[in-house]
Design a binder for this molecule. Structure first.
Ligand SMILES: [Zn+2]
Length: 203
């Protein structure tokens, strides 16, 4: 079979988006704003994998996602709160390691389809007061159970109100939560982003 050059070009163009995995579209959030707080759990052993899987504790995201979070943080700052990050972009290899430990689609995305974290478009976050004290959200980050579900109602009024504060503010800037984890938010356009597997370092 003879493949015409024009056909080859079309084939290449159709393949190219799969390789849009360079980190050109990504930024470190700290380069956009100094007003965030960080507790990047996968850069420590304090996570459900019980090991440090990130070399660097920076929050890396698609540029427009980071910019939307800067706006959201300004909104929260005016109310007396700050965004604190637990996780941002996550390489696909780390997703695979997570799936091995917890192959439950309610809490970990199957690496075959990938997580929005692997696309640089999801964040795991909470709110603190201006002194950096975390608001009570009822459970720790990565508590895999009903108590962490957004619609779990057997909680003190203050906790429900804290969860709503986070959700309401983020929705104003293009983020959507998920039912099973109060800390996880996807940027609305993030499903269009390709999966990535580059590692971040602190250079
Ligand atoms: Zn998440």
């Amino acid at each position: 079979m003879i493949i015409k050059p024009a056909f080859l070009v079309i084939m290449l163009i159709s393949i190219l988006p799969c390789y849009a995995q360079e980190n050109d579209d990504f930024i470190r959030v700290k380069d956009l704003s100094a007003d965030f707080i960080y507790d990047m759990r996968y850069a420590t052993a304090n996570n459900f994998l019980k090991e440090k899987v990130y070399e660097c504790a920076d929050c890396v995201l698609r540029k427009e996602v980071g910019e939307a979070l800067v706006k959201a943080n300004s909104y929260f700052l005016k109310k007396g709160y700050k965004i604190k990050f637990f996780d941002c972009y996550r390489p696909l290899d780390v997703q695979k390691a997570m799936w091995k430990v917890l192959p439950d689609g309610r809490y970990v995305a199957n690496p075959n389809s990938g997580s929005i974290h692997n696309r640089g478009g999801a964040v795991d976050i909470t709110l603190t007061d201006l002194q950096g004290n975390e608001l009570d959200m009822g459970t720790d980050f990565d508590y895999f159970g009903e108590k962490a579900h957004f619609d779990y109602s057997d909680l003190p009024e203050q906790i429900i109100s804290n969860r709503k504060l986070l959700k309401t503010g983020l929705e104003l800037f293009g983020f959507q939560g998920i039912r099973t984890e109060w800390w996880h938010y996807n940027y609305s356009k993030a499903r269009q982003y390709s999966l990535s597997n580059f590692k971040t370092n602190c250079d």
